[in-house]
Design a protein around this ligand. Structure first.
Ligand SMILES: CC(C)(COP(=O)(O)OP(=O)(O)OC[C@H]1O[C@@H](n2cnc3c(N)ncnc32)[C@H](O)[C@@H]1OP(=O)(O)O)[C@@H](O)C(=O)NCCC(=O)NCCS
Length: 314
């Protein structure tokens, strides 16, 4: 058996996209937030690109005619951010693991990226805003950052390529029935607004993400949050699971209970529309956010590690 690694031809060839979707669907079902891919959905992330200046490339591994491995790597050269790369997706067919195919794909992809873009400061291993885990975000309406600690083979592979752990994240959940009320206001009129079109929705196009904001009487924003339905996790677990992200209180208005009030209302709303659980992702060093979520009843269900490899320009 000889497995060949070669560039995957980008574009809108629907048969090629379906082949990758099929490889993914057969082999990633145990991944958190797995959601069945279609060639059309993949075409949106790979074929057409999904952010300006986010050019990328993919490589494939084939045993004769059969696709047995795939990697997608992108560059991010957005104003205001250091130029970076990101391994967006890496998968090897279960029957072909432990034969060095994942490493070979990674070597090819990094070699391409780093020789073409000598200004790259770092390469991100599967995920941090704004360039990684778009696959998951697009497919499952949730935010991800880094390699899940349960994915030890992937973690080891990246370590071998000199990726270093840089920031830990927690995935937390709360059942909507157990969400604690934190409405601590007396005499103040707060206005709750929902279902406006989020900036994130503009970026991701067509994912149904919603704002859930709190304003004071004169319309000043006090707290914002974004939520969306997670079809993948919901299907896997047989429950209705919603994701929560983009939680923010303007500086100068923090520590007055506004985020607690907004999220209490949001959790109640999600319960009313039939949601069983709400899931979020938070950096483990973000103490105010952790305090907020714990007080609302969120508990850790998993953790992940953002990993970086120094790029030629780093
Ligand atoms: C996290 C954030 C949304 C909280 O908003 P807020 O309106 O200040 O929230 P609340 O006033 O309802 O609650 C703040 C909590 O943080 C705690 N807190 C504040 N600073 C803290 C610190 N340095 N260490 C630990 N806890 C801290 C407060 O004591 C309070 O917890 P308590 O209710 O148990 O006392 C706000 O800090 C923020 O916008 N941060 C930047 C964006 C961000 O990190 N978002 C989260 C992304 S996952």
């Amino acid at each position: 058996m000889t497995v060949r690694i070669s560039p995957w031809v980008r574009g809108t060839d629907s048969a090629a996209l379906e082949e990758v979707a099929d490889l993914w669907n057969r082999n990633a079902q145990d991944r958190h937030a797995f959601y069945p891919w279609t060639g059309a959905l993949l075409g949106r992330v790979i074929g057409q690109g999904y952010l300006p200046d986010c050019g990328g490339r993919a490589f494939e591994a084939r045993d004769d005619d059969v696709l047995v491995g795939f990697i997608h790597i992108t560059t991010m050269r957005e104003f205001g951010y250091p130029p970076a790369g990101s391994v967006e997706a890496l998968i090897v067919d279960a029957q072909y693991r432990r034969r060095g195919i994942g490493s070979e794909l990674t070597r090819e992809a990094l070699g391409w990226l780093e020789s073409l873009y000598p200004d790259i400061v770092h390469v991100d291993a599967m995920g941090a805003w704004p360039c990684g885990h778009m696959y998951t975000v697009l497919a499952d309406g949730s935010e991800r950052s880094g390699v899940f600690s349960s994915e030890s083979a992937l973690y080891r592979l990246f370590e071998r390529f000199d990726f270093e752990p840089v920031r830990k994240s927690l995935i937390m959940r709360v059942p909507t029935t157990r969400a604690q009320s934190r409405l601590l206001f007396g005499g103040q009129t707060l206005i709750e607004r929902r279902n406006t079109c989020t900036w994130l929705d503009q970026v991701f196009r067509a994912r149904e993400l919603y704002d859930h904001n709190l304003y004071d009487r004169i319309g000043y924003l006090l707290s914002r949050a974004i939520f969306g339905y997670m079809p993948g996790e919901s299907m896997r677990e047989g429950k209705k699971i919603y994701s929560l992200f983009g939680v923010n209180t303007p500086e100068g208005r923090r520590n007055k209970g506004y985020a607690s009030a907004n999220l209490s209302l949001l959790l109640k709303h999600i319960g009313q529309i039939g949601g069983d659980l709400v899931e979020l992702h938070v950096y483990a060093d973000n103490l105010p956010a952790l305090a907020l979520y714990r007080r609302l009843g969120f508990k850790k269900v998993a953790d992940s590690m953002m990993m970086h490899r120094r790029g030629p320009g780093g």
